[in-house]
Every structure is written in structure tokens, then in C-alpha cells.
Ligand binder design. Structure first.
Ligand SMILES: O=P(O)(O)OC[C@H]1O[C@H](OP(=O)(O)OP(=O)(O)O)[C@H](O)[C@@H]1O
Ligand SMILES: Nc1nc2[nH]cnc2c(=O)[nH]1
Ligand SMILES: [Mg+2]
Length: 175
């Protein structure tokens, strides 16, 4: 919960909501995979947790990849970004597959926003291919492949973070 008089959260600053359904997300992940299929082959998929886990599963399924690792990063507490912490890096076995620099490895995340998370992971694996489903302008230069660009003032709501709820009619003042 956001306390009174506290700084506005990233979500409040963004303002414009962009809700994504499971169907839409699945379609966008498949579209991403069509592009990645032209770039690969890859030795392994690395999901940036937690948001990268869902697209990584779909992309890995479509590319026929079974070696899947994670980089576990904590930054946003719900919608406020704090200092980034790498809670877990990739395994030695995956690092070997990428020759130490990430060559031939595919990093997947759900989105780039400020690009801070992407930058950190790129520093760990400079030669890896970095793919996200959505990209905001600030983070876009860090990404090798993405599907949909949304404006910086947009907040993306993912299906695993949301539930169906009643909406008041537009006439009654709904956004
Ligand atoms: O480009 P940035 O400004 O760094 O933001 C992008 C990151 O923010 C979200 O993760 P979050 O830290 O909220 O954690 P989660 O994936 O565990 O939800 C999202 O999944 C990206 O990883
Ligand atoms: N769910 C979600 N998490 C984010 N983390 C950084 N930007 C976003 C966003 O637009 N949506
Ligand atoms: Mg994330």
C-alpha cells in the first residue's frame, strides 16, 4: 500500500494502464519467438525472474530448448524501484555453454522499462541475446529483440498480477 505524502510510485507516474490478457501474452510470446527463430540457434534460455519466467517457458517450448536457467533479480517492490540485487546468477554449467560471456545464450524478460534490470544482466552476459516481450523507450536500446513498444508513461498489467473485476460504466467516470 502507498502511504500518504510518499513519492509517487513508478505505476502512479506512468499513469496510463496497459492490461494484457493471458491470450494476448501468449500471442505476443509466440510473435517474439518467430523473430528469435531467425536469430538463433541458442544453447539455453535464461529467464530474468520473476517476470521472465512465463515468457521464457513459452519461448523455450517454441524453440525446442530444454536447458533453462534463471538470473534472479530483485528491484521493484510491487511498483517502486529500489537498488537492484542479483539474488542468484546463472549456473556454472550454463556459463560454460555461453563460453563465459553468454555467447549463444538467450536472456528473456517480460519487459524493459528504465533498462536498469536489463543493463545489469547484460553486464553479466555481454554476448548473450536479450529479448523482451514489451519495451518502453528508455530501456529499448538495451534489447536485441522485442515485440511491442509502449510509451514510457504506460504501466503494463500482466495477467499473473491481475484478476477480473467489476468496472463502473464510462459515463459514471471510469477511466
Ligand atoms: O527496466 P527496469 O526499470 O529495470 O524494469 C524492468 C523489470 O521490472 C520488472 O521486474 P520486477 O523488478 O518488478 O520483478 P519481478 O519480475 O519479480 O516482478 C520486469 O519484470 C523487469 O524485470
Ligand atoms: N507490471 C509491471 N512491472 C513493471 N516494472 C517496471 N515497469 C513495469 C510495468 O510497466 N509493469
Ligand atoms: Mg522482472
Amino acid at each position: 500500500m502507498v502511504e500518504k505524502n510518499s513519492e509517487p510510485s513508478a505505476q502512479e507516474r506512468a499513469g496510463r494502464p496497459f492490461p494484457v490478457s493471458w491470450d494476448q501474452f501468449h500471442r505476443d510470446c509466440r510473435a517474439l519467438t518467430w523473430r528469435l527463430n531467425e536469430v538463433g540457434p541458442f544453447h539455453a534460455v535464461i529467464a530474468i525472474t520473476r517476470g521472465g519466467l512465463v515468457p521464457a517457458a513459452i519461448v523455450a517450448r517454441e524453440l525446442g530448448l530444454r536447458v533453462i536457467d534463471t538470473v534472479c533479480v530483485a528491484s521493484y517492490d510491487h511498483d517502486k524501484q529500489g537498488d537492484l540485487k542479483v539474488l542468484k546468477g546463472i549456473s556454472e554449467q550454463t556459463a560454460k555453454l555461453g563460453g563465459g560471456t553468454g555467447k549463444g545464450l538467450l536472456i528473456v524478460d517480460d519487459l524493459v522499462d528504465t533498462g536498469k534490470t536489463g543493463k545489469l544482466v547484460r553486464e553479466l552476459l555481454p554476448d548473450a541475446h536479450f529479448a523482451t516481450v514489451y519495451a518502453k523507450p528508455k530501456g529499448r536500446p538495451l534489447v536485441d529483440t522485442f515485440i511491442t513498444e509502449v510509451s514510457q508513461d504506460t504501466w503494463i498489467f500482466f495477467p499473473w498480477d491481475t484478476a477480473l473485476s467489476f468496472q463502473p460504466p464510462i459515463r459514471d467516470g471510469a477511466a
